[in-house]
Write a protein that binds this ligand. Structure first.
Ligand code: NAD
Length: 430
């Protein structure tokens, strides 16, 4: 099928590459010139495992193209996906300006029947808004659909290719068949709903997962006070199929470009419809507090942080991605610096230059080797659970640190082993 994708970020690019891999002809359109130039050369603008190979394979097969020209992206397409960003506005609502702009471009360039499918996470009613924007620009026949995306950064290609469910919100039977054809290769359930319901399914899913994380973090905080071990509690809870074993890892809270903004957006959607979503308000508060716990624990351990050198391992919001949007590590480093700490930092994939360009961490010393970053530090903070941290040489860490202090926000090391090795080892809820 001839399709196009508006937006070549984590979702748009993965969607484009995977649909090309499934045999479709895909045009990827973006307004970011640098991104498109890079993509034309087969280089992807961020780190996502397996994506670059998939793009290059499909460039060679002439099944994926990149363009800055909206006309080229709209002409003769059966389906157009909108996968642009919907970041959070200051008041917590989703910023729909990118979606509106994309809808306008699509409307201006439509020539024949097309289904416009929204993959971005958007407030309920956005399908209707997109329809109205396009209608102003184009008088012909078209349909709108909602097809929210559930992939996770770090395993995005796998997730796209192995979905557990596909949600399709539609306003006509015609668009249903086109989308059904596109998703033909997948064997998971396809849930057909109204557009509004599909839009809500995405927010409800993310808000529920965020709630699970805040819940286990509160359990962890109580565990610390009563001498219980949250890992064992979570393991035993997870054996109950009504609870499930996923998203029960206690730590420093959720981050990234989705959960924080989606939870707040849903809270706002409810408020705008005269409903106070009390539970979500608490989920956000718990998460905000949890993100700062590591800095507080470090301060307690070192008495005060003034001019103390501290090493932070992990800056991305989770392993296997270079994405630092709403990463807890950023808040932790900020707080440590405010309290007078001097920071050495290491992350396997994060682009340090980009962080500096975004005006973050002007005074942080970044390292390309995790052991070099430890020298003369009074403590090591683990903020992201990269495999290379789990497999690090603990004796070497101890020799390099000035004091054997580790404050672990991801519970990656065994308590007994750390005790035997002589570390002051603080983790979460254990
Ligand atoms: N990142 C995730 O893990 C994830 C998972 C599921 C859903 N989502 C949702 O998918 C959407 C996209 O997220 P993302 O992380 O891929 O965003 P992103 O910021 O990585 O990418 C967005 C892209 O859209 C481009 N863009 C902006 N305006 C445009 C326009 N008018 N026309 C064409 N391109 C335009 C930007 O230049 C950018 O390249 C968001 O709504 C997000 O909530 C994200």
């Amino acid at each position: 099928m001839e399709i196009s994708i508006f937006g070549t970020g984590y979702v748009g690019l993965v969607t484009g590459a995977c649909f090309a891999e499934l045999g479709n002809n895909v045009v990827c359109y973006d307004i970011d010139e640098k991104k498109i130039e890079k993509l034309k050369e087969g280089r992807i603008p961020f780190f996502e495992p397996k994506l670059e190979d998939l793009i290059n394979k499909n460039i060679k097969k002439k099944r994926i193209f990149f363009t800055l020209n909206p006309e080229e992206a709209v002409l003769n397409k059966k389906a157009i996906f909108i996968a642009v960003g919907t970041p959070q506005k200051k008041n917590g609502e989703a910023d729909l300006s990118y979606v509106k702009k994309a809808a306008k471009e699509i409307g201006k360039n439509l020539k024949g029947y097309t289904v416009i499918i929204n993959k971005s996470t958007v407030p309920i009613g956005t399908g209707c808004l997109v329809r109205n924007i396009i209608k102003k620009e184009y008088k012909g026949d078209f349909n709108i659909a909602s097809n929210p995306e559930f992939l996770r950064e770090g395993s995005a290609v796998f997730d796209f290719m192995n979905p557990e469910r596909i949600i399709v919100g539609i306003d006509s039977a015609g668009s249903k068949d086109i989308i059904k054809n596109l998703y033909e290769p997948f064997s998971c359930p396809i849930v057909n709903t109204k557009i509004e319901t599909a839009e809500m399914i995405k927010y409800a899913s993310n808000a529920f997962l965020a709630t699970k994380i805040s819940f286990i973090n509160e359990i962890a905080n109580v565990c610390e006070r009563v001498g219980a071990n949250v890992n064992e509690v979570a393991y035993a809870m997870g054996l109950d199929s009504r609870i499930g074993n996923k998203f029960l890892d206690a730590g420093i809270g959720y981050g990234g470009s989705c959960f924080p903004k989606d939870v707040r957006a849903l809270h706002n959607i409810a408020l705008n419809n005269n409903y106070k979503f009390k539970l979500l308000k608490a989920v956000v508060r718990v998460n905000n507090d949890q993100r700062l716990l590591l800095a507080e624990k470090t301060e307690k351990l070192l008495s005060n942080l003034k001019n103390k050198k501290i090493c932070v391992w992990g800056i991305s919001f989770k392993p296997n991605t270079d994405d630092t949007r709403e990463s807890a590590a950023i808040d932790i480093i900020d707080l440590l610096e405010k309290k007078g700490g001097k920071i050495n930092a290491y992350d396997p994939k994060v682009d340090y230059e980009k962080l500096r360009r975004d005006n973050k961490f002007k005074t942080v010393n970044f390292y390309s080797n995790k052991y070099d970053a430890l020298k003369n530090c009074q403590a090591l903070i683990i903020a992201t659970e990269w495999d290379e941290f789990k497999n690090a040489n603990l004796k070497r860490i101890k020799n390099l640190l000035q004091k054997p202090n580790i404050i672990d926000g991801r519970n990656i090391y065994d308590l007994n082993k750390m005790k035997k090795l002589g570390f002051n080892y603080l983790s979460v809820g254990r």
